[in-house]
Design a protein around this ligand. Structure first.
Ligand code: ADP
Ligand code: MG
Length: 599
């Protein structure tokens, strides 16, 4: 207790200075934008306006590409849609003419709807195939704009909307666009730094771990497609006004490439990086005016350079904190005693019960009629030779595989086959044989991902950083920090996870699993790759977790660890139970000794 208070006392001050350090570059950019009209000419104000409009689109797209990792390369389609929607509604050649701000709001709605339409294939198609589907959509939109002459003016085009006073001057319109850009920066940063943003990155880099934390892909992706589409729709309306007159030619594929590359050179999972990327890409053709005709070529060269020289993009370049060396002689020193204070309430008294579970892969019977009971507060060892079905058993319990036969229940609730994302809310948490962490996220963020489902604020509340969302974030961060102390990783919270050692990642995974206050914890070979000292500390930690009432199903190869801490042991061989009993019984079981333990 004394230690916990001592380490947590100075945190608020550090968190505040950290927040300011994160905000400072954005304020500097905003300040530069504010003085631009006073220190330059109309030409640069025009460039600045264009930059702001592009960023309105890119800030939304960044959540799709940079955070969720979906290669949406045809977003110019949504810009086109927003531009025509606003222009047509203001021109009044279909319905009575609307005021421009109302038209812009409708463009946002149209953009959001089509954002989902374009995005939906991402739920099924990965990478390249999804990229092609977004491109296809871009072609369709341009063709419709060309063909639907009565509304869009076809190849002749249509006048862009005019904004009322005071936005009808170059400086006024610039200020309006900067205002929109500031707003979408704020919104996208709120989402990016909320549990929803972390969940997106988790789905991108460690989908299996994300599912085990209860993150549901569909709803989350639809929410960001709506948001990104709305941003693109608004950007379209502003773009049409900037152009004063739009034809389908104004929306070239180059533009789509620019949006996409701004994010790539900016760096994944960052807001500042892509913002700088968008600024650089808008200015680049201007300062290299003789090369304007070569802009696509320039983008390509820039992209190649980035991929080769700094794969993490501008964001990685700016991430100075993660270039400081880590202490080489650091040790993992868990403090299991602190566990009781952190985890609210005791886990419910729910035993895990498997009856007659069977699963085959082709001709391989991975599990063949398995019965297993794990009592609350007990440590149940699951051992057996390689390929005997231990990991498969965990995968069936956590819903990755649907058993062909048999039933499973935790307490009174039957566990539906498949549906891994439902397990977290049932009270089941797990770790993986090969740690599944998000290398590019910090250790603290990785742990916070485990508690995604415990947040109470909606996506909309997170978007606007309303009190409930801020409360969620504080609670998640505080709990994750405390759990990092419990598993012995104090001081590594802000470090990028891919810089940790393998053994440390095993403890990160345990901390992430504990974020759920689980009734049942499934551990897949947590001692693999650990030193003897670390195994002894792990044993203490697992004991402390079980002592709180959590049932632990422990898959392990270290027989010593199993016999030391388990209450019950099940031995698998070829997917069947070879023996089950107390460690004392198993240790002397004749078949087990000859088949597995060696003797
Ligand atoms: P272990 O006890 O070493 O964890 P596993 O549960 O990983 O064993 O594997 C049990 C058996 O099922 C092995 O024969 C393995 O090859 C097979 N198996 C596991 N997962 C798959 C899969 N996704 N596809 C095909 N075969 C699999
Ligand atoms: Mg295994």
């Amino acid at each position: 207790m004394a230690m916990l208070t001592a380490t947590s006392a100075p945190k608020p001050a550090r968190a505040t200075s950290f927040a300011w350090a994160r905000l400072a570059p954005f304020l500097a950019i905003l300040l530069s934008a504010a003085v631009l009209p006073f220190v330059s000419n109309d030409y640069w104000v025009l460039i600045g306006t264009r930059m702001a409009i592009y960023w309105v689109l890119v800030s939304g797209l960044n959540l799709v590409v940079g955070f969720a990792g979906h290669l949406a390369i045809g977003y110019v389609a949504l810009l086109t849609l927003g531009a025509y929607t606003t222009s047509v509604l203001v021109a009044g050649n279909v319905l009575p003419s609307l005021p421009v701000f109302a038209a812009l709001a409708i463009a946002a709605i149209v953009g959001a709807i089509f954002g989902v339409v374009v995005g939906l294939p991402a739920l099924r198609l990965r990478t390249f195939y999804f990229a092609m589907s977004t491109l296809g959509f871009a072609t369709i939109v341009t063709q419709i704009a060309l063909a639907w002459q009565s509304v869009t003016g076809g190849g002749i085009g249509i006048a862009g909307p005019e904004f009322p006073h005071p936005f009808d001057t170059a400086a006024g319109f610039y200020a309006l666009c900067i205002g929109f850009a500031t707003f979408t920066t704020w919104i996208s940063a709120n989402v990016g730094h909320s549990r929803f943003g972390r969940a997106l990155i988790a789905l991108r880099d460690a989908e299996v771990a994300a599912e085990s934390a209860g993150i549901s892909k569909q709803t989350l992706l639809i929410a960001i497609f709506l948001l990104a589409g709305a941003c693109a729709g608004v950007a379209g309306g502003l773009f049409a006004s900037l152009q004063t007159y739009i034809t389908p030619d104004a929306f070239t594929f180059d533009l789509s490439v620019l949006f996409f590359i701004a994010i790539l050179i900016g760096g994944r999972g960052s807001i500042l990086g892509p913002l700088l990327g968008a600024i650089i890409l808008t200015i680049l053709p201007e300062v290299a005016a003789p090369l304007a005709a070569w802009s696509t070529f320039l983008y390509a060269v820039l992209l190649l350079l980035i991929v080769l020289v700094m794969p993490g993009g501008i964001a990685a370049l700016l991430d100075i904190r993660n270039r400081r060396p880590l202490a080489a002689n650091r040790a993992i020193l868990p403090r299991p005693a602190a566990l009781a204070e952190i985890m609210q309430g005791k886990p419910g008294d729910k035993p895990l019960r498997l009856r007659g579970i069977a699963l085959s892969f082709g001709n391989v019977r991975a599990i063949d009629g398995l019965d297993l009971d794990v009592a609350p507060g007990q440590i149940h060892g699951l051992i057996g030779p390689n390929g005997s079905g231990k990991t498969t058993t965990l995968n069936v319990i956590s819903g990755y595989y649907a058993a062909k036969a048999g039933t499973m229940a935790l307490g009174d609730a039957a566990l539906p086959p498949g549906r891994p994302a439902l397990r977290a809310t049932c009270g089941i948490a797990r770790t993986f044989q090969t740690p599944r962490v998000i290398g590019e996220a910090s250790v603290l963020e990785n742990v916070m991902i485990g508690g995604t489902t415990s947040g109470t604020a909606s996506f909309a509340e997170a978007m606007l950083s309303l009190p409930r969302s801020r409360h969620d974030e504080h609670a998640l961060a505080a709990k994750a920090r405390a759990l990092l102390g419990v598993v012995g990783l104090d001081g590594l919270g802000e470090v990028r996870a891919d810089r940790l050692q393998h053994s440390e990642l095993r403890f990160v995974e345990i901390a992430r699993a504990l974020m759920l206050d689980p009734d049942m914890l499934l551990l897949d070979e947590p001692a693999a790759g650990l030193s003897n000292d670390e195994i002894a500390r792990l044993a203490e930690l697992i004991r402390a977790i079980a002592a709180r009432g959590t049932g632990v199903l422990l898959v392990e190869h270290h027989a010593d660890l199993i016999f030391e801490i388990c209450d019950q042991v099940t031995v698998l061989n070829l997917g069947r139970t070879l023996a089950a009993g107390t460690p004392a019984e198993i240790r002397v079981h004749r078949e087990v000794v000859s088949a597995y333990l060696g003797g």
